[in-house]
Design a protein around this ligand. Structure first.
Ligand SMILES: [Zn+2]
Length: 281
């Protein structure tokens, strides 16, 4: 992001802080503090790809978040959403895809600080070692995690979870058998590999067009505890805790604005997993 955009975003954040504080106090008094669930992809210092954070940026973001939020597991986040009453600033850290570089510094940092983390892996890429198709299309090849890495993370308290078998757009998958393979069979294989339950699912890309009521229904029926989208939005107390809306962490200036309840993020329509599958306000 250009430096003048960063400057403007920082000015906007600091200029609107009194308003944000007033609104936060009101939300806390009413028990309506939303749960912010963030997602990262890759943390490395090679600058490859727009989804990569440097190690220093990631550490700064975690420092900033840890000073302002209860950093909790997805399970605790769901409990606060389901209770219908939340008075605490609450955030969760998640990762998507499963990049090997995350195990060098970012994941050890979270483990050392005992910050819960949910880590969604695309099972085919972990098994095969093949780079992700969206990276190949952009001309670089961030390596996926190895099986050894995900076992080590799981043993260290990182919650390993499912990002389907392939990193494909399931919004275009109409074949029920293929949907079962992507969502259920791949999850079962991942569970067998790490020897632990795989409780959560994030659909690849996670935008409205990539979500379907069939995928939600299958995830619910096959025993997942929750499904994460990635189009933005907050999770308010009283929302359906099964569907967890997530916000991309991006750079620190954007993160500060989004995580402290930006009006633009507050009005993101919530995907409704009815057969119509249309966004709902
Ligand atoms: Zn992904």
């Amino acid at each position: 992001m250009s430096s003048w955009k960063t400057l403007l975003l920082n000015l906007y954040y600091h200029g609107s802080r009194p308003y944000r504080r007033r609104r936060d106090r009101r939300a806390a008094a009413e028990g309506r503090v939303p749960v912010v669930v963030l997602f990262y992809h890759r943390v490395a210092d090679d600058g490859c790809g727009s989804w990569t954070h440097s190690n220093a940026d990631f550490a700064r973001q975690i420092d900033w978040l840890a000073r302002r939020f209860d950093l909790v597991s997805l399970e605790e986040a769901q409990r606060r959403i389901a209770s219908g009453h939340n008075t605490r600033p609450t955030a969760c850290i998640t990762f998507d895809d499963g990049y090997a570089d995350n195990c060098h510094t970012a994941i050890p940092l979270l483990i050392k600080r005992q910050i819960p983390c949910t880590y969604f892996v695309t099972w085919h890429n972990v098994q095969s070692g093949e780079p992700f198709p969206h990276d190949v299309a952009l001309g670089y090849e961030g390596r996926p995690n190895t099986i050894e890495q995900i076992k080590t993370m799981a043993a260290s308290g990182i919650e390993i979870t499912a990002h389907c078998r392939h990193h494909h757009d399931l919004g275009k998958v109409l074949d029920p058998a293929r949907l079962v393979d992507e969502i259920v069979t791949a999850r079962d294989e991942l569970q067998d590999c790490i020897g632990r339950p795989v409780r959560y699912l994030a659909l690849p890309f996670g935008q409205y067009a990539n979500l379907t009521s069939d995928a939600f229904a299958l995830a619910r029926a096959s025993g997942y505890a929750g499904l994460c989208s990635a189009y933005g939005g907050y999770n308010y107390p009283g929302n359906d805790p099964f569907h967890i809306q997530r916000i991309h962490a991006d750079d620190l200036a954007r993160l500060k604005n989004r995580a402290t309840i930006d009006p633009r993020t507050a009005v993101v329509p919530r995907f409704c997993d009815t057969p119509m599958g249309v966004p709902q306000t």
